[in-house]
Design a binder for this molecule. Structure first.
Ligand SMILES: [Zn+2]
Ligand SMILES: [Zn+2]
Length: 138
């Protein structure tokens, strides 16, 4: 069982293993959420995911064509996870909210490098993509 929560403890979650993917995103949107660095996330199956304490607030930008929904603690403001219309069945969880962020290890892929800032770092040997990686068969 993977557990985590927000900074103030008002919202807690539990998720079944395994981690489906490990990512690092440099997009401009993520920079707001992360505080300026790249955003590091783990994909966790929505089926095995639940909030064990509290309920997060949610925000979906109204002006984007296929916006994600971002869930965060309404008390302390910690961003917990993202739900993407292109990745149904997956909670995209912020590594910093895991009780043990070390289970992240390293990202398997780095995305949205076209919006990366000069002070961002991409780990050596990890595949990096300007936007999203091509889907199988493309
Ligand atoms: Zn909180
Ligand atoms: Zn991003």
């Amino acid at each position: 069982m993977i557990k985590g929560g927000c900074y103030c403890g008002a919202v807690r979650y539990e998720a079944a293993e395994p981690i489906l993917f490990r990512g690092q995103c440099h997009c401009r949107e993520c920079q707001y959420i992360s505080g300026g660095s790249a955003n590091v996330v783990v994909g966790l199956g929505a089926d095995g995911f639940s909030f064990s304490k509290g309920e997060p607030a949610a925000y979906t930008r109204p002006d984007l064509p296929h916006p994600v929904t971002r869930k965060f603690c309404a008390t302390c403001g910690t961003h917990l996870l993202t739900e993407s219309p292109g990745l149904t069945g997956v909670k995209i969880v912020k590594v910093g909210t895991l009780d043990n962020p070390e289970i992240f290890g390293q990202p398997e892929r780095v995305i949205w490098t076209c919006e990366k800032q000069s002070f961002h770092h991409i780990p050596e040997g990890v595949p990096a993509y300007e936007k999203f990686p091509p889907r199988a068969g493309e």
